[in-house]
Design a protein. Structure first.
Length: 194
């Protein structure tokens, strides 16, 4: 059964069907929330709030609209509220912090599985830091497109913008990420700056 059908069943009183929606969306909502908030614990709280808000507003859901876009709109709004409430800022990436990271990796043997895992983690952390530097609309559009797998039309609905607006937000965000990546000097699998 599709998402809208499940939500209609929930609206009709089959509340146990809501668990299916939670199971479908929990991990991807969590991934996007963690990227946006930079904190796994806060992301978990916001995702729980999202499901509570969806359930509480179940009667106001319009089955002619996309459930997927609706839940993403709720998540993004709750993330924004959390950021404002906590006034959190992620640490910026400086050449000193990059040099320190490179120094920390120097003790691992070339080709080490541990080193490869650290390098992947470093790249993921770097991507999330770069997303924090983008305008919020571009970062959110990228998260929805690449972390959540939404189509451009769904991004437009979730972000209350036109289809072209959603495409431009993703495009402009990718251009800015590309510029940031060109300035970044990552480690290779040997632990040396490329």
């Amino acid at each position: 059964m599709n998402d809208n059908g499940l939500m209609q069943r929930v609206q009709a009183g089959a509340h146990q069907r809501f668990d299916e929606l939670v199971n479908r969306y929990r991990s991807v909502l969590l991934r996007v929330a963690e990227s946006k908030l930079g904190d796994a614990s806060r992301a978990e709280d916001v995702v729980q709030e999202t499901f509570l808000a969806v359930f509480a507003a179940r009667q106001s859901f319009n089955p002619d609209m996309s459930f997927r876009a609706w839940i993403w709109t709720i998540l993004l709004n709750l993330c924004r509220r959390d950021i404002k409430r906590r006034a959190v800022s992620l640490p910026s990436v400086t050449s000193d912090s990059i040099d320190q990271t490179h120094t920390e990796h120097a003790g691992f043997a070339p080709g080490s599985t541990v080193l490869k895992e650290i390098l992947v983690a470093e790249q993921n952390q770097q991507l999330h830091q770069w997303l924090q530097l983008l305008p919020e609309t571009q970062a959110d559009a990228l998260r929805l497109r690449f972390f959540a797998g939404l189509k451009f039309q769904e991004i437009a609905q979730a972000m209350s913008c036109s289809l072209n607006g959603a495409k431009m937000r993703v495009k402009n965000g990718l251009v800015k990420l590309s510029a940031m990546a060109q300035q970044y000097q990552p480690l290779d699998s040997e632990g040396d700056i490329r």
